[in-house]
Design a binder for this molecule. Structure first.
Ligand code: GDG
Length: 505
């Protein structure tokens, strides 16, 4: 099992003479003002941030991200740096400032109205707006300048996150030729047929081809990318299988399925705090015999209306569950300034009201909709109370909720109902698969989940827990960093000792 201390040791030794830089849109620490006007610092919930934070702490590097907190500008020094973590600083967070117009064009515009729907097969039409694209390019340039300011001509490993920064690898390579660049794309990469509708697909792919290493969750996303890139840029005759060459520079494309901090979720699930929350929930909600749970950002890729419809159909098909089963849906408001997200929230609220009106009774609610961001111990308490978790994404790069539910089920009870269109389905073979477009099929699987033989439930759960414990978030990070270091062996100083000897895998 990858162990954090060993991994930190590896990072310390292999990156000792190399500057390590992480670049992402979202920051790992946010500053805000308390009621009394003091600056306070918090860590937003993000698997990626929790994985890379300890690695940066070991490597004493720099994290460059958009400064989005209300007190962010007050917390930094004159150059935009703030040492983090606040109690015991180990690395520098460098904030990039964006005007409201830049946030609108780059983040809400091109990232979330063009690239997000383009990469997910959800029939939400991408909006290609020339002005959004212009601002997206401008903001990527801005990030590249910050990287250059931090790295200069030094040897560096620059690890870029996600679809907000597709152009960054090429720009960084131009400004910092000594840098080794790795990029991880957290969402699916669609088939070339879908991708080619984007008027700027060539520029986006060219931007990503500045990377020495490009990572996706699944082999299929890698194949889709390779096909699109090779169709656009002629390749040398004896090119390598997982490599694309562009302007005499080779990019290796490889899958790195992301994991979670399994031990941390397991620990939290067993804590007295979660036990207290479970008691409080039981008192407040008067829960029936059986419970199902769903936890998502309120996003159209997550298939929440489809899930609500399936719950309604479940009561129609199996009326014996009336007053015996409730479904709780945590739906965190997300991207609320965009019309498709506003419409989605209205649809979900309406569906829930209809189902509750039609089937509800005096002391029993078929669906509890919690449209808010709950603290992690509350989410974990709901996982522990539920008989099954229903993940019905219409398309999802990976889906971490499915993995967190399993980590929270320490007694190996509970069943995972998982969309076959979530990346997670490729690695968790003991989930009950569902098709979110098949309402009756979903309702049947819900019934099956509640009647599965307890021995089988435990067996499935134990196997999934063993997989997730092994393939955890630290392993993901180290796999990528080791592969990136390998790509840039000539420019990065790596230890002679093979990685496996250090990390134990
Ligand atoms: C993108 C890709 C890929 C949700 N509600 C609450 C809450 N959450 C947390 C979950 C989980 C995270 O948010 C959601 O992660 P997902 O992976 O499920 O989905 P996306 O946000 O769409 O993430 C996805 C991921 O990137 C990583 O590469 O897996 O496919 O779309 O951690 O627990 N956390 C708290 N309260 C909530 O109410 N505290």
């Amino acid at each position: 099992m990858p162990n954090l201390n060993k991994i930190q040791g590896f990072i310390r030794s292999s990156l000792s003479k190399t500057r390590f830089v992480v670049v992402s849109n979202r920051e790992p620490y946010v500053h805000s003002f308390s009621k009394t006007g003091e600056i306070q610092c918090s860590k937003p919930t993000s698997g990626m941030a929790s994985a890379l934070d300890p690695i940066l702490q070991a490597g004493r590097g720099i994290w460059i991200a958009h400064g989005s907190g209300e007190a962010d500008a007050t917390a930094v020094d004159g150059r935009g740096y703030v040492p983090v973590p606040p109690a015991n600083p180990k690395y520098l967070l460098q904030r990039v400032w964006l005007s409201p117009q830049q946030q609108e064009g780059y983040y809400q515009g091109f990232s979330n109205q063009a690239l997000w729907p383009l990469c997910h097969n959800t029939y939400v039409r991408p909006q290609f707006d020339w002005n959004h694209w212009k601002v997206y390019r401008e903001v990527n340039e801005l990030f590249a300048e910050q990287v250059h300011r931090s790295v200069g001509d030094a040897r560096a490993l620059v690890f870029v996150q996600d679809y907000h920064l597709a152009l960054l690898p090429y720009l960084v390579k131009q400004k910092c030729p000594q840098a080794v660049v790795a990029h991880f794309w957290h969402i699916p990469w669609p088939s070339p047929e879908v991708m080619r509708i984007c008027p700027w697909q060539r520029e986006i792919i060219k931007g990503l081809l500045g990377s020495d290493l490009l990572g996706f969750h699944l082999p299929q996303y890698c194949r889709n990318f390779l096909a699109a890139a090779r169709a656009l840029f002629p390749q040398p005759r004896q090119g390598r299988r997982n490599t694309v060459t562009h302007e005499d520079h080779a990019t290796r494309v490889r899958p790195f399925p992301i994991g979670i901090d399994f031990d941390e979720f397991d620990r939290l699930a067993g804590s007295s705090e979660v036990a207290r929350r479970m008691q409080a929930i039981r008192r407040r909600y008067a829960l029936p015999r059986w419970l199902g749970v769903g936890v998502d950002r309120m996003d159209y890729i997550k298939g929440i209306p489809e899930r609500m419809q399936a719950v309604g159909r479940f009561f129609e098909m199996y009326p014996q569950y009336l007053e015996q089963f409730s479904f709780v849906q945590v739906a965190v408001p997300s991207r609320t300034e965009l019309a498709p997200y506003q419409k989605l929230a209205r649809t979900v609220h309406r569906l829930v009201d209809q189902i509750n009106e039609r089937f509800g009774a005096k002391d029993w609610k078929p669906i509890h909709l919690l449209a808010e961001n709950l603290p992690s111990p509350d989410v974990t308490a709901w996982y522990r109370l539920a008989d099954f978790c229903l993940v019905s994404s219409l398309h999802d790069g990976m889906n971490l909720v499915a993995k967190e539910f399993i980590a929270a089920k320490r007694e190996s009870d509970g069943v995972l109902l998982l969309s076959q269109f979530a990346g997670t389905a490729e690695t968790l073979h003991d989930a009950l698969l569902i098709n979110p477009y098949d309402t009756d099929g979903m309702a049947r699987q819900m019934d099956r989940a509640l009647h599965l033989d307890p021995a089988e439930v435990r067996q499935r759960m134990r196997r999934m827990r063993a997989t997730l414990r092994r393939r955890n978030i630290y392993r993901w990070a180290v796999d990528i960093l080791a592969a990136a270091a390998e790509c840039g062996q000539s420019s990065l100083e790596t230890e002679e000792e093979p990685l496996a000897a250090v990390t134990g895998f």
